[in-house]
Every structure is written in C-alpha cells, then in structure tokens.
Design a protein around this ligand. Sequence first.
Ligand SMILES: C[S@@+](CC[C@H](N)C(=O)[O-])C[C@H]1O[C@@H](n2cnc3c(N)ncnc32)[C@H](O)[C@@H]1O
Length: 278
Amino acid sequence: MTEFDDLIAQFWILGSIGRLAERGLLYRAAAPDDEVSALGQQLLIDTGWLLTDPLRPSARLLAAPPPGVPTSALSGYVREQIARIGRFAEGAPPGWSEPNRDHIRWRGRASGLIAQGIVERCCPDVLQRATDFLDVGTGAGGIAIRLCEASPGLRAVGLEISPAALDVARVDVEAAGLADRVEIRDQSVADLTDVEAYDLAWLPQQFIPRGELLEALPRVLRSLRPDGALVVALAPENDLPNLFSGGGTLPAEEAVKLLEEAGFHTVEVHDEVVTGRR
Ligand SMILES: C[S@@+](CC[C@H](N)C(=O)[O-])C[C@H]1O[C@@H](n2cnc3c(N)ncnc32)[C@H](O)[C@@H]1O
C-alpha cells in the first residue's frame, strides 16, 4: 500500500459511514446477501468507528455530526462533503454552487438545528421578543423554518441567490405549513433595502464573498430595529473549505472590527459567532 492508497482508503471509510447511516446499519448487522455493506461495517469496526456486541457507533462517530444533528443524519453530511470535495477537485470556482436538492435540504435541516442552538445561547432575550427574523443565505430555509416552528409569533424573510436553493426553500416552507409566515426572497443581501424591519438577523459570512459582506453589514444594520441583534458566524484563518464555500476566513478580532466599523454596538464574541446590536 502506498501512502496515496491510504489516503483513498480514508474515503472508503467516509463512504461506509454515509452508506451505513443511510440504511440504519450503524446499529444492526447488514443482511447476509448485502456483502458490500457488511464489508463496510467491518472496515468501520477495524478503524474504530463502530463497536461490536452490540453493533453501535463509537464515541468519535457519535461526535462526528455538527452539534445538534443526529447520527442518523450522517449520510447526508457525508454525501454533501464528498460532492463538495469533488467540485473542488474538478476545478470549480469558489462559491456555494450546490446543485443537488437532497444536499441543499440536508444542509438546511442541519443549519436549522445548529443555528437554533447558537441563537438560544447568544441572544435568548432577543429571540424571546422577536417578531421578525432575517435569514441571510437561507438555502433550504432550514433556519427560518426551525425558528418559526419554535416560536409561533415569529415571521421570517429568507434571502437567497441560488435558483436551486430558492426552489427547495419554497417547497419546504410550504410543506412545513409556514407559507404565511416565511417569505423566501430572490435577493442578494448586498441589495437589501429593508429598514427597521427585523429584530434578529443571521448572516453566514462563510458563504458570502467579502465584498458582498462589506456591502451587507450596513444594510443589515439598517434593516434591524433598535436593539435588534445580528449573529455572524466566524471562521478560522486560512480555512480551505470556507474559502471554497465562497466566503472568507473571519477570525474573531477582524469580525469585531467589521461590525463596529459598520455601526453595531455591544459587539461580543461567543464560541463560533460574533453578535452585535443595532
Ligand atoms: C450553505 S447555505 C446556508 C444554509 C442555510 N442556512 C439553510 O438553512 O439551508 C449558504 C447560502 O448562502 C447563499 N448566498 C451566497 N451569497 C449570498 C448573497 N450575497 N445573498 C444571499 N444569499 C447568498 C448561497 O447561495 C447558499 O445557498
């Protein structure tokens, strides 16, 4: 085995996690006639991702999904990541150009769970009194849907520029019975003109090119009501996946500076986000 073979073997481990999660086979043995899944299970046992007697995910596999996302949802995560690396290898330009509706939908569900946890921790007071939420880069509308489901008095506007994502979001908002509370808008955040319309805004800068982010910050500030809050995700320096996702790397000190320069006050750094108030 060359070192390159070892590298490829890592992909088969990842692929096995995706395949087995999809079929519920992280917790029960594959059928005798499903030889490839059984070999996938053996591979995961040999490499410490699965435990035996009974068959179950190891602690590190349980820790693999993003916070709040169940292990059963790992399949979507694995497929999304492999597809993204594939686009990178093909030479695709940076940007969130996910065309696959299943992947878009998976990201939406995961984002909803992740963002809900973050917002509840970072600005519980705002969440409690909020009646209007701005979801920038709404993707499948996952965050808007999740927060509106959790807060019956909340309405949301989701901004999105990808036709595929806009399609998925509109279908999913309708399916969630939220068409009267969630507006999915075909608009870049760099063109936002709303004034004092929202109490809370979510801005996933890791998917927004820096020029658009700089254009967006004062616009989002203007769109917030007094004491409304903005939540911006941080990203470590020189992070290749983030750069390829279309945004930039945004360390905490730089994020604080950007928000303060845009006019936000009470700018605070939390674990993975920075928040600012209008
Ligand atoms: C990975 S998605 C976020 C997932 C989303 N939160 C969900 O729940 O599905 C990031 C989205 O930001 C969108 N985006 C990128 N630049 C944008 C911009 N200038 N204005 C609005 N959306 C933008 C991308 O098209 C992409 O769908």
